[in-house]
Design a protein around this ligand. Structure first.
Ligand SMILES: *[C@@H]1O[C@H](CO)[C@@H](O)[C@H](O)[C@H]1NC(C)=O
Length: 217
């Protein structure tokens, strides 16, 4: 084997491990055991003995109703191991997004998942920014889909002045995580030092205080 060949093998192994999402399941399924909580931290959720799994473990009505609107006039309801234990280890989350007229899902990212969204009702302006700060944006009509690559900052804006928007997303992790850019910067606990925000956003102390107040930080 030549050095170049070894280098190529190393590169390919490294590359395939980079593009993997959640680990591959080792069994048909691994229904989450969420009742018998033990005082230990596992980087996964243990599974029910397959002899005791039920069809209902693979079904949920959690996404049948909209949740209550937040300060940005949207709500996201997610499937998780509690409301849909059969999703455990399968590397998937389903999300229902309700966005009120003129509401905004503000710029945010999912550190562990790509997301594909289909718009069912209303109209949305969606977009993401890549790591070279290039913006990709599209206007969606009902039936249109859009994909947000893993970890990139994205938004969904209901441009309708009177109609709410309803969309459904699939995410490529059972625990995608979500980090809203504005809240991470201005509403963290404890607060980020004022100087960091002043310098980072090139603004004065009053602006920092005002944005904090507006965001409930
Ligand atoms: C959505 O609504 C549910 C139930 O009303 C609430 O628990 C949850 O915090 C809301 N989520 C967001 C992102 O607004």
């Amino acid at each position: 084997m030549t050095i170049q060949y070894l280098f190529l093998v190393h590169f390919l192994l490294h590359f395939t491990s980079l593009i993997k999402s959640d680990p591959e399941p080792l069994h048909d399924y691994c229904v989450a055991e969420t009742k018998n909580s033990q005082n230990i931290f596992l980087n996964s959720v243990p599974c029910i003995n397959p002899d005791h799994t039920l069809a209902t473990h693979f079904s949920t009505s959690a996404l049948s109703e909209p949740g209550s609107m937040n300060q940005f006039d949207f709500n996201v309801t997610l499937s998780n191991v509690n409301n849909l234990p059969g999703l455990n280890t399968l590397g998937l989350t389903m999300a229902r997004l309700d966005i009120a007229a003129n509401g905004l899902v503000p710029p945010h990212s999912h550190p562990r998942a790509s997301e594909v969204t289909i718009l069912l009702e209303g109209s949305l302006l969606v977009g993401f920014v890549d790591t070279s700060n290039r913006l990709y944006t599209q206007r969606l009509r009902p039936g249109d889909s859009f994909v947000f690559p893993k970890g990139l900052i994205h938004f969904l804006y209901n441009t309708g002045i009177s109609s709410p928007a309803l969309a459904v997303s699939g995410l490529s992790s059972q625990n995608p995580g979500a980090q809203v850019s504005s809240l991470a910067a201005f509403a963290s606990h404890p607060a980020m030092p004022d100087d960091v925000l002043r310098k980072g956003f090139k603004m004065n102390g009053q602006d920092v205080a005002r944005i904090r107040r507006n965001l409930g930080g």
